[in-house]
Design a binder for this molecule. Structure first.
Ligand SMILES: [Zn+2]
Length: 113
């Protein structure tokens, strides 16, 4: 392992791949997105729903499933309460994709840039 001394002005380059979230049970493309909140979210400072009236679109934890495993949409996520379920559609497509790191990071020293 190479130890890199990082300095101000150094450049870090990462490569990311656009990917679809996968079912947490079988790994197939996800078609359902389930959101969860901490208990008493509106009055819980640790929750994203803290102090809000409408917490239906807030989330502290997320799980993805395919249609086949949608049965477990209220699956137990210890310490959380189920909040909502989104079905894959044009309207919610953006919720099902993300950028994931791919390949090595590269570093360029300021002095050699
Ligand atoms: Zn599945």
């Amino acid at each position: 392992m190479t130890i890199i001394e990082i300095e101000v002005g150094d450049i870090r380059t990462t490569t990311e791949e656009y990917a679809r979230h996968e079912c947490c049970v079988c790994g197939e493309d996800a078609t359902k997105r389930h959101t969860y909140l901490l208990p008493r979210a509106r009055s819980n400072p640790n929750s994203k729903g803290y102090g809000k009236d409408d917490i239906s679109r807030c989330e502290d934890e997320v799980r993805y499933t395919c249609d086949e495993h949608d049965r477990i949409k209220h699956l137990d996520v210890p310490g959380y309460e189920w909040c909502g379920t989104y079905t894959y559609s044009a309207q919610f497509a953006h919720l099902f994709f993300y950028w994931r790191p791919k390949g090595p990071q590269t570093y360029t020293k300021k002095s050699s840039a």
